[in-house]
Design a protein around this ligand. Structure first.
Ligand code: FES
Length: 82
């Protein structure tokens, strides 16, 4: 079984625990989940409105979604870019 999970965020969530800052992965690509390992940097040049898929080696595959009439579908970000 395969599953796609959407992640719009391109940076970690920073939380404070006992005076230390901990980076929690927000991009979904870290190989040390739940912690950020810096892999999110490969998402920085993703174009808005497009869908990107990454394989286990974090190689990017660009995917164009289309509706029933074969029109391209834009993927709106859930979170505004900062
Ligand atoms: S936010 Fe996912 S690796 Fe940094």
């Amino acid at each position: 079984m395969a599953r796609l999970v959407r992640h719009d965020r391109s940076r970690p969530f920073l939380i404070q625990v006992e005076g230390q800052t901990i980076a929690i992965c927000g991009c979904g690509l870290s190989q040390k989940l739940p912690y950020c390992d810096g892999t999110h940097k490969i998402t920085r040049d993703e174009e808005a409105g497009k869908l990107f898929v990454y394989d286990k080696q974090r190689q990017r595959i660009s995917v164009q979604l289309r509706d029933e009439q074969d029109n391209p579908i834009s993927v709106e970000p859930e979170y505004p870019a900062e």
